[in-house]
Ligand binder design. Structure first.
Ligand SMILES: *Cc1c(COP(=O)(O)O)cnc(C)c1O
Length: 429
């Protein structure tokens, strides 16, 4: 039986009167899957509760940050306590040092780190820094990878734009777009070719080391190593966008999980424990070009905000002190993967499941999903049908075939079994 979402329906109508499309970020609008987005009132652990009182098992977790589940008590308590000492100063604080030191203790190749307020800001600033450091202008990004909504990234930019079928973005000048070169993911020859054709012009190669913005896509063997080598030979800054993978795949993110080194790394999502936080960091010789040490300008009134910092610090500390979290998440996600395979094999529904750790995506197709092209050739209408089937039975998946699902460790095996049971009642017809 379909749940009653009358309140969500009327709230969505009301929202559209004063917020563009009724939402403050496009994928929330359910435009590609159709239907009305549910308005969330509260959440606890693995569960979301909407304005009509329906309960959902959450597989988005705020697009990643809530890796330990919603309303995680140590984080909530820390925020409450900190707030009584005022919420912003615009002056340095001890907590910012502790946050930077904690990150450095978890992640390699970060000598210096600057806090910002979103993943977009982190990636945008990292690219500016790479340009300032190398004195070169062009960057290479990969088709289907998302690095936030700064102008230079809005070229073949993955999930949100793919979901809404936006090809080129009005408002981004041709000049800016021309400095962004793109290559298909998992195609080392394409990178080599671009670098050769633009000799001494490329400042940075920015990549999602494990992609989460065209579904979950894993780098093929030696792919990242090959790009690493090119960057070393050509004086190109290799930027790992770990906004999704940072503190999610391992305490040290994809760098640790895949055992590969970046020159600059960007963070977001988990790093803020559910508050608006981003960061970019890297080797000293590059980072020291940032103002006030150097002359690459970057700033933020609310950067390092104490409430945001205490939320992030508390979350990262929990993850550092409980590395078994990652093993548990991997086992839970593996259990889900295995059972979904079993269900779709039995139903004879062609599918692929990509997974690393607690990032997983399901694609209805009969070919491997290794890049944007193969992801977009999957049966998107069938995914949308599956999405609604799950939602109506209380399972909250990302509302797009181009998004990875993110598990939280608050999920129990009972929750996973419930999810599997609901998936098992899906039929293609
Ligand atoms: C979410 C995301 C961003 C943008 O972060 P915001 O905080 O939404 O600005 C950048 N890169 C990747 C890989 C992301 O997943």
């Amino acid at each position: 039986m379909k749940p009653n979402i009358a309140h969500s329906i009327s709230l969505f109508e009301r929202a559209k009167q004063s917020i563009p499309g009724g939402v403050n970020s496009p994928v929330r609008a359910f435009k590609s899957v159709g239907g009305t987005p549910v308005f969330i009132k509260s959440a606890k652990g693995a569960y979301l509760f909407d304005e009509d009182g329906n309960k959902y098992i959450d597989y988005i977790n705020s697009w990643g940050p809530m890796i330990l589940g919603h309303g995680y008590e140590p984080v909530v308590k820390a925020i409450q306590e900190k707030a009584t000492a005022s919420t912003s100063f615009g002056a340095p604080t001890l907590l910012e040092i502790e946050m930077a030191e904690l990150i450095k203790s978890m992640v390699k190749n970060v000598d210096l780190i600057r806090m910002v307020s979103s993943g977009t800001e982190a990636c945008m600033s990292a690219v500016r820094l790479a340009r300032g450091y190398t004195g070169k202008n062009k960057i290479i990004k990969f088709e289907g990878c998302y690095h936030g909504h700064a102008d230079c990234f809005l070229v073949k930019a993955g999930s949100g734009m793919a979901t809404l079928n936006i090809q080129t973005v009005p408002g981004v000048t041709a000049g800016v777009s021309l400095d962004t070169l793109t290559a298909p993911y998992n195609d080392p020859e394409a990178v080599k070719k671009l670098v050769e054709e633009n000799k001494n012009e490329i400042a940075a190669i920015i990549i999602e080391p494990v992609v989460g913005n065209m579904g979950c896509i894993l780098p093929e063997k030696n792919y990242l190593e090959g790009i690493r080598k090119i960057c070393d030979e050509e004086n190109i800054v290799f930027i790992f966008d770990e906004v999704m993978t940072g503190f999610r795949l391992a305490p040290g993110g994809a760098q640790e999980k895949l055992n590969i080194d970046a020159d600059l790394v960007t963070y977001g999502k988990v790093i803020g424990g559910g508050l608006p936080v981003g960061a970019f960091g890297g080797k000293k010789k590059i980072m020291e070009h940032i103002a006030p040490l150097g002359n690459v300008y970057q700033a933020g009134t609310l950067s390092g905000n104490p409430i945001a910092m205490i939320a992030g610090y508390t979350m990262l500390k929990e993850l550092k002190d409980h590395p078994e979290t990652y093993k548990e998440l991997d086992e839970k996600c593996g259990y889900l993967e295995k059972n979904l395979h079993e269900i779709f094999d039995r139903k004879n529904i062609k599918h692929r499941i990509n997974r690393m750790g607690s990032m997983i995506s399901l694609h209805f197709c009969d070919h491997d999903v290794i890049d944007f092209e193969s992801a977009s050739k999957a049966d998107i209408p069938l995914f949308n049908k599956f999405f609604h089937h799950m939602l109506e039975s209380g399972i909250y998946l990302p509302p797009s075939a181009y998004e990875s699902w993110f598990l939280s460790n608050a999920l129990t095996y009972e929750d996973l079994d419930e999810t599997i049971k609901v998936a098992d009642s899906f039929s293609e017809q």
